[in-house]
Write a new protein. Sequence first.
Length: 234
Amino acid sequence: MTITIQKPQDRFSTRIGWLDSKHSFNFGEHYSPANAGHGLLVVNNDDIVAPASGFGTHGHRDMEIVTWVLSGEVAHKDSEGNSGTLYPGLAQRMSAGSGIRHSEMNPSPDTAAHFIQMWVVPDTAGIKPGYQQLDVNAELGKGGLVPIASGRGHEAAISIHQRGAVLWGARLSAGESVVVPDDAHVHVFVALGSAELETGDALARGAAARLTDAGSLRVTAGEGGAELLVWATT
């Protein structure tokens, strides 16, 4: 059993004119042997994109890419003809498969877009590229951990091509708690607010707990509540 806490300031950082991005794992020019991923999760980027800007058309291959907006909007277009405007509570999955090109832009002329983008290795290479989006606000409103993206057939979640992975989400009020799944690898990311692991480890916004064979641990929201993104993988 291992528990590793990544503090917000320990993440890699990319800052250019229109983008403020924090990387939980290796990304682009950023590399550390300790940050190659956790289980099947290999990218967890915390991006703030300035108004009327964003990621122009670029390509991906053989990756399950899940985008979760925290504030503002993100406009998606891809080479398969898919398009959509993402907002908080609307989960999106893009399967890069045999190859896809897409853009992600902030359509607002005056409001920044804040979103988390997460990449999971697929269980099958070379599939036909695909896209799915689903509003899960109603499910999140019921409380507790809610499946957002799943390779295990959860009905109220977008599907991913990885049977060994599920992304769970929670919007917690102050003092509210959830118990994370008992999977081999669990990545607890505090997207908004703050929280505390039952081990006593404090988790500020942007912090993560990387759990390996750690069992079902409880996470409790801080005074301002918390929004959690929890990957449970083999």
